[in-house]
Write a protein that binds this ligand. Structure first.
Ligand code: SF4
Length: 344
């Protein structure tokens, strides 16, 4: 039986396939739900606090006390969201969880002075169409250096990789450099990973060669995924990530039951179909209602209806980004920039 190919690849999906093909399949092809993890929640929380600091505060006002206020606000946004409903903190209490998140924010200030950062955008979703495949990634922060060149920054809240894994982590960063070059028309002068745990900054300069290497690597991963889908052959690869894997119960390498995964996929599809039918019925009902004349007065739409999460449009189209300074405006919510390219 051949499986349905995913339609997009991101740096995390490429890394996931290379780490363990079976975990990739459960996540990217079968879309089996993963329970919310404290590790992911803490990462989201800290990213959100730094995003609010960079986006809402001008240079000169990005102090540690202000960052801690943003963390407080982010706590309500993140831990109160549907995504993290039912989060089980395990042995950690909520107070310990929050104290650790605060340590990560404090560590950030040991790596750089945020007042010196000339922010262009935060949480930017860059997307490039390559044939039938979409390559996409969210850049935590895009900024300009003193020379007016782009710098891509990615925050990491887990432990920094050992030397053996450093290059593979930087592979993800080169992916962002590639997206940036394709969508914004300029290769970034530098890409950096800010590991907030240690704290440690790892930086690299993307080159023609590194981008070419990234294209070749992504192309090879995509071919391997196509082949694995065609043959329905995604093998487990036990390793350092098994301890964090949400699919242990389905993994034959860890004594799990793959048949239970197949049942979960069938149940998920049935639930999806049911939700789709309900949505269609609702749509039908509202279209019938819309046959009745409804009067809308100017009072219906007020400034209050525009919230911070209302999608914001990038003011400059990508093809207008040429020479610095760049007047590019993105929202605290992920804003999308889309480009096309001939081939990976
Ligand atoms: S438990 Fe380990 S080997 Fe099994 S699917 Fe997860 S990452 Fe792969």
């Amino acid at each position: 039986m051949s499986l349905v190919l995913p339609t997009s690849l991101s740096p995390s999906k490429v890394a996931s396939f290379k780490e363990c093909a079976l975990a990739f399949r459960y996540s990217a092809i079968d879309h089996l739900p993963e329970p919310p993890s404290p590790h992911a929640a803490k990462g989201t929380l800290v990213h959100r606090a730094l995003q609010l600091l960079m986006w809402e505060e001008p240079a000169g006002r990005r102090s540690l006390p202000v960052a801690l206020e943003k963390l407080e606000r982010a706590r309500d946004d993140v831990l109160g969201s549907d995504e993290y409903e039912g989060l089980d903190l395990g042995d950690e209490t909520e107070a310990e969880f929050l104290a650790d998140a605060e340590t990560l924010v404090r560590n950030y200030f040991r790596l750089e002075d945020p007042d010196q950062v000339l922010v262009v955008g935060t949480e930017l979703l860059l997307s490039v169409q390559v044939g039938s495949l979409t390559l996409r990634g969210i850049i935590d922060r895009l900024e300009l250096d003193e020379a007016g060149e782009f710098v891509v920054t990615d925050y990491k809240t887990g432990r920094a990789p050992g030397e053996a894994y450093e290059q593979s982590r930087l592979g993800g960063v080169h992916f962002y450099a590639f997206l940036c070059e394709q969508v914004l028309g300029r290769r970034p002068a530098r890409v950096q990973l800010l590991h907030l745990r240690e704290p440690l900054a790892i930086s690299t300069v993307p080159s023609e060669q590194s981008i070419r290497g990234l294209r070749q690597q992504t192309s090879a991963v995509w071919k391997a995924i196509e082949l694995a889908c065609e043959r329905d052959d995604f093998r487990p690869k036990p390793g350092r990530l098994c301890g964090y894997c949400a699919y242990q119960a389905y993994c034959p390498a860890l004594g799990g039951d793959p048949a239970a995964a197949a049942e979960a996929v069938v149940a998920r599809r049935a639930a999806h179909e049911e939700a789709k039918a309900a949505a269609q019925a609702l749509e039908q009902e509202s279209s019938e209602l819309s046959d009745f004349p409804i009067t809308v007065t100017p009072d219906t739409v007020t400034p209050d209806t525009v919230t911070p999460d209302t999608p914001v449009t990038i003011t400059d189209a990508p093809d207008t980004v040429t020479d610095t300074p760049v007047a590019l405006v993105a929202s605290p919510s992920a804003a999308a920039l889309v480009g096309t390219t001939a081939g990976v």
